[in-house]
Design a protein around this ligand. Structure first.
Ligand code: MN
Ligand code: MN
Length: 356
């Protein structure tokens, strides 16, 4: 069986041979990340047998209750990646400040940002969860990374990926040369290339959004969803299916495998927090993967990868998937902005609405 399968290690070495300037340091880093994902996969798979399910009494920097597995997975990521000499620092969903590389280890030329366990609210109901990671170049290689070093727009990522812990465990990653999926053989403990060159279909009739937030949506999002729901008899002239797993990794994986569009848009629920997903270790890596697979990722207003981050745990609206659908949603945002600009007093959110 080894004869006709490529391991992750072989894939990375062959990629490097194609780019003679590349250093092996980068491959070592990806393999350390992959080891962390294998360890988390094992923890997740053992479930209630090893007592890892359920909540901690703690909350993270975002004020969310931590699950036991959030803490375990965070620790696995730190331990697997701190010693190798590849990194100048790490940022995690579970840590307020960047994690400094311990003094006993050398510091390297990359930065790692990660969500150690994505979708962890699903963990107790045995629904697919995952890990998400993003690798950037350190502005000061060999020195401790400052928080500001991580605030780079997503188009500067050199690698992004996620692991999905579903019926099978997969690692999906891009190093800027397409998107490739690897499936874990748990007996060998190896990731094998099973999904080379993943491409998102250009059109789709499937969308994913949390409709319980609909009263907070902006007009462009309401219009888009209403048109999908109207189906064959509406302006789109075709029926749509809806999906919602509430696990970003699982939603992303479905979109990569069979197309679709995912929306967690900016809304009016918490005005100081535009959107729900985090830019550095959720939106950016997913956007890089989606674009490399031929899709599109947007805040609704601009390309996610061009957004300049202002804070480590910054949240942002995220719309991604099949190119044509995302372009349509961006167009609807432009339409509604224009309308409000053209006739602010008479627009749907204008001063005179109550009097009409
Ligand atoms: Mn997450
Ligand atoms: Mn998480």
């Amino acid at each position: 069986m080894l004869a006709d399968r490529t391991t992750l290690t072989q894939f990375l070495i062959e990629e490097r041979r194609r780019h003679p300037g590349a250093s092996g340091e980068f491959n070592g880093l990806i393999l350390d990340v992959a080891l962390a994902c294998k360890a988390i996969s094992r923890e997740v798979a053992s479930g209630a047998l090893t007592g890892v399910l359920g909540g901690n009494a703690t909350t993270n920097v975002q004020g969310e209750t931590q699950k036991k597995l959030d803490v375990i997975a965070n620790d696995v990521f730190l331990r697997a990646n701190e010693w190798g000499g590849h990194l100048a620092g790490m940022v995690s969903e579970e840590l307020e400040a960047p994690y400094p590389i311990p003094a006993k280890y050398p510091k390297g030329s990359y930065l790692l940002a990660f969500d150690p366990l994505d979708g962890s609210s699903n963990i107790d109901v045995n629904v697919a969860v995952g890990s998400i990671f993003s690798i950037l170049r350190a502005p000061n290689p060999g020195a401790d990374a400052a928080a500001g070093d991580f605030l780079q727009p997503g188009h500067q990522q050199v690698c992004a990926g996620y692991a999905i812990y579903g019926p099978s465990t997969m690692l999906v990653l891009t190093v800027g040369n397409g998107v490739h999926g690897f499936t874990l053989d748990p007996l060998l403990g190896e990731f094998f290339l099973t999904h080379p060159g993943i491409g998102i279909p250009v059109t789709t009739s499937e969308f994913a959004i949390n409709a319980s937030n609909s009263r907070f949506w902006e007009p462009a999002v309401t219009r888009y969803v209403e048109e999908c729901l109207a189906g064959k008899s509406g302006p789109r002239g075709k029926d749509f299916n809806m999906r919602w797993i509430a696990s970003l990794v699982a939603e992303t994986h479905r979109v990569l495998m069979r197309g679709g569009v995912f929306l967690y848009p900016r809304d009016t629920r918490e005005p100081p927090q535009p959107g729900r997903l985090r830019l550095l270790y959720e939106a950016n890596p997913i956007a890089f993967i989606v674009e490399q697979a031929g899709g599109r990722a947007s805040t609704g207003r601009e390309r996610v990868l061009d957004t300049v981050p202002e804070a480590l745990h910054q949240r942002i609206g995220l719309v991604f998937g099949s190119r044509e659908e995302v372009a349509r949603i961006e167009q609807y945002h432009r339409d509604h902005n224009l309308r409000e600009f053209d006739a602010p007093l008479f627009a749907s959110r204008g001063l005179f609405r109550a009097a009409i």
